[in-house]
Design a binder for this molecule. Sequence first.
Ligand code: SDX
Length: 431
Amino acid sequence: MANQRSVTITDNATGKSVECAVLEGQYGAPVIDVRKLYNELGMFTFDIGYGSTASCRSAITHLDGEQGVLLHRGYPIEQLAEHSSFVEVAYLLVHGELPTANELAEWEHALKMHGMTHEHLSRFYSGYRYDAHPMSVLTGVVGAVASFYHANTDIYSNDDRLATARRVIGKMPGLVSKIYRYQSGLPFVYPDNARGYVENFMYMMYSWPTEPYVANPVAVRALELLMILHADHEQNASTSTVRLAGSAETNPFACIAAGIATLWGKSHGGANEAVVTMLEEIGDAKNIRRFVDRAKDKNDNFRLMGFGHRVYKNYDPRAKIIRKACHDLLEDMNLNQPLFEIAMELERIALEDDYFIERKLYPNVDFYSGLIYQALNIPTAMFTCMFALARSAGWIAQWNELMSDPDFRIGRPRQLYIGAAERDYVPLAER
Ligand code: SDX
């Protein structure tokens, strides 16, 4: 490979070697292209949890875990959080560039035009128990949307993929708000297209049939900020699930449903709900040390929810922004939130503790977000639905990028087999 940077992998048992190209991106670690490894060396790579594995090439989001950097299409998350809107960030993720005024107006109009769902879809909610976990409902109803957009969606048509992106982003606010309405015994609310995207969601969540609904602009801005911060995050577990499902040429709504199912786990998006449950369990600052000690105890499977990250070995840039937004919101709304005080004291104690310092465990996006959702009267059980609402923009942008990759092929990992050697069947009478 003249002039091509490469690494050589040699099997010292056979002396056989294979030279693998090293591919370099705009930022981040270069990658070793091991696609020919099995054919030339008869071996697989082994990487449980994919800590050292790049599953794809992507131009959407870049993370620098050491520096705590997050870029969407090259734009720093801090600048998008301060100057942009969720609808504009969703456009950026899907299209790759910030929209002009006309493009933004057309995009916003298209999302509104896709804000409704087939009336029959509303019947799905009543099939759930009144107290079903909202993420189980969201997984089901988003999967059900696939039944309305299947035969008429050509996943190999760029136009159809962009239409799908508008449908997913346009419909998620209605799908999520209906969960709250159903579980609250309230009638479903149709979108009001005179309202902006985030305000419309709050209208569909909280409006009262007999009263005019006036949104609190401070609350709308706080939710808009959270949605910007949750929109995309490189190849996390749920995005990787969406990509793997998409690689099988699955219906895109079914791919998003698979992503929602993955996000539900408390190691991933479910952590925002688990953080508030943990803070409520701590109950008082005097109990913090006991919980920190439990988190350090290898015999206790308790972990500090909202702490640690596979990529960030520095403060999650989103958590920094959310912590300040949480402080400002509580002040603006004149809310006394004892859990926020406990969270800040827990952060202080943990960040001074060698266990967390040595392992580079910092607050992540989920540590403070739940406290803002709580201040916005969102039920704790719906916090991860809020994460999914925002992340649907990133998921569908990543799906679209996967489907337009010239090297598109089905994802099919291999394994290290450690099971029984071949043996003959033993008849029941002889066992
Ligand atoms: C999200 O990937 C993404 O980008 C995800 C996300 C996104 O936007 O999509 O950012 C959203 O999912 C954020 C993470 C939310 N999850 C939590 O807050 C749950 C608590 N965190 C942990 O479970 C954990 O930190 C993970 C799951 C987030 C990361 O796990 P890793 O990378 O597999 O880390 P690890 O288990 O290898 O931990 C390394 C060490 C271990 O100790 P040792 O074996 O070295 O002694 O750190 C310890 C772990 O025990 N550790 C923790 C801890 N997290 C890691 N110890 C106590 N409390 C914790 N929270």
